[in-house]
Design a protein around this ligand. Structure first.
Ligand SMILES: *[C@@H]1O[C@H](CO)[C@@H](O)[C@H](O)[C@H]1NC(C)=O
Ligand SMILES: *[C@@H]1O[C@H](CO)[C@@H](O)[C@H](O)[C@H]1NC(C)=O
Ligand SMILES: *[C@@H]1O[C@H](CO)[C@@H](O)[C@H](O)[C@H]1NC(C)=O
Ligand SMILES: *[C@@H]1O[C@H](CO)[C@@H](O)[C@H](O)[C@H]1NC(C)=O
Length: 431
């Protein structure tokens, strides 16, 4: 266990034992990395401003889940309403046989349309008898036997978006039913909400889930309408920050920018959710999907695959199975990376702190032509004299030379290079 992990464990214990602590008030650098002597590892004083974490409120939900962003699969982006127990079983099989489960994709989440059009005469939700004839318990058993977890969907309204019964005012009954079925995750949508404020509609389900005694990941999906980063840390393990994603470059880039605004609010226990992955669904190019996956990982977004994992191309698999990029997403420091240069242009630098005094750095070309993108040390929060060794996470190799002052690379149109920068490595640097 590294010193850093020990520190995080101590931090968690401290936070669990003192509800009064308001998160990372003193900044990520000081709390996790800065030795008593002052700024080490070549970071500048502006480091904590660039990677502000002051809005992060720790563990108010206290269900001990989401220490890193959730990973898994969800039916909606590819299958929409075409879901069935066969599909869910075959997806679970495919997550195992492809090795994706071993990489961390463990939640198998059914989205809308699993339930019958009305409640039973006793007022209970009922699985659709045509598409889920064996019931959810049998499905949960199947998924659990493979070491995976089962997610389900409901809505903080009168109906779900596809007009199945919603859970508003049925929170206690429905959460008990989900727990009795062995459900591990709830995505909770926002349709037919009767105009009631989400701040009133989402907490009752949190309390009801807690009262079941079963650990159930609580994923809020109020589409960012009431700026959930401002209040949802005490309510859910993740909260959607935007409207639904769709399988286009415009949608993906728009959502990345909107989600970026809330970076200082995210952390272990509660994550900003820019919606599920579209990688593999056909509407973007290979370069664009690589950008999508890189930026989602860097932003500490949930990594929920949204394609048909029973039938992926080699390119799709290569992207979503990149262990080094996944490791950035699942890094124990849990700080959301963000846009640090190129705010108003299409040549952008995104970066974030990682455990072990490292940085993740992405060079993202959103222009229509190939171009050279330069990451300047001052934009990254590095002293200009700092030597940095660089690992390329898509090429899977260490770059030979270490860099000082800045680092540049030629990036294809709509492409994204992703690196880990390790400052102050004497063996690789001249200083
Ligand atoms: C319910 O909440 C309490 C504290 O608020 C927490 O200690 C407990 O672990 C929670 N239980 C579940 C199942 O989430
Ligand atoms: C889902 O079903 C509808 C009609 O039932 C069909 O039009 C659509 O193509 C299906 N989508 C997929 C991804 O199979
Ligand atoms: C996809 O998202 C973009 C950007 O948010 C939006 O303009 C467009 O209307 C959406 N397309 C569909 C088909 O929903
Ligand atoms: C598998 O995906 C390809 C496109 O990549 C598609 O043409 C084919 O119909 C799919 N096969 C099945 C069985 O869904």
């Amino acid at each position: 266990m590294s010193i850093c992990s020990v520190y995080i464990v101590i931090l968690l214990i401290a936070c669990l034992s003192d509800a009064g602590i308001e998160g990372r008030k003193v900044g990520v650098l000081k709390k996790h990395e800065e030795p008593s002597s002052g700024l080490a590892f070549g970071f500048t004083k502006s480091f904590n401003t660039i990677y502000d974490t002051s809005r992060y409120g720790i563990f108010q939900l206290s269900n001990a889940l989401a220490l890193t962003p959730q990973m898994g699969w969800n039916s909606w982006n590819f299958f929409a309403c075409n879901v069935s127990e066969d599909l869910i079983r075959e997806t679970a099989d495919a997550l195992i046989s492809t090795g994706l489960a071993d990489l961390g994709y463990v939640y198998v989440n059914i989205d809308d349309c699993w339930s019958a059009a009305s409640r039973s005469s006793e007022g209970q939700l009922v699985p659709d008898p045509d598409t889920f004839p064996s019931g959810i318990t049998a499905l949960a058993d199947y998924v659990h036997a493979k070491g995976l977890k089962l997610g389900i969907y409901s809505d903080a309204g009168k109906f779900t978006c596809q007009v199945r019964p919603g859970s508003l005012f049925h929170e206690v009954d429905d959460s008990q039913l989900f727990a009795s079925w062995g459900v591990d995750y709830l995505k909770y949508d926002n349709c037919y909400n009767l105009g009631i404020d989400p701040k009133e509609r989402y907490p009752p389900m949190r309390d009801a889930l807690n009262a079941t005694g079963r650990s159930i990941f609580y994923s809020l999906c109020e589409w960012g309408v009431e700026d959930p980063a401002l209040w949802a840390r005490g309510v859910g393990n993740s909260w959607r920050t935007t409207d639904d994603i769709n399988d286009t470059w415009v949608s993906m880039t728009t959502i990345a920018d909107l989600n970026n605004k809330w970076a200082s609010y995210a952390g272990p226990g509660g994550w900003n959710d820019p919606d599920m992955l579209e990688v593999g669904n056909g509407g973007m190019t290979y370069e664009e999907y690589r950008s999508h996956f890189s930026i989602w990982a860097l932003m500490k977004a949930p990594l929920l695959i949204g394609c048909d994992v029973r039938n992926m191309t080699a390119e799709t698999f290569e992207i979503i199975s990149n262990k080094e990029v996944i490791a950035v997403n699942q890094d124990s420091l849990g700080v959301q990376g963000r846009k640090v240069a190129g705010e108003d242009g299409c040549l952008q630098v995104w970066a974030g702190p990682l455990s072990g005094n490292r940085l993740v750095v992405a060079l993202w070309n959103r222009c229509s032509k190939a171009a050279t993108i330069t990451a300047k040390w001052e934009d990254l929060g590095l002293e200009s004299s700092t030597g940095v060794s660089i690992r390329d996470l898509w090429q899977h190799k260490d770059l030979k030379e270490s860099a000082v002052t800045s680092f540049s690379a030629e990036v294809d149109s709509h492409g994204c290079h992703m690196y880990i920068f390790t400052p102050g490595m004497a063996a690789h640097s001249d200083i």
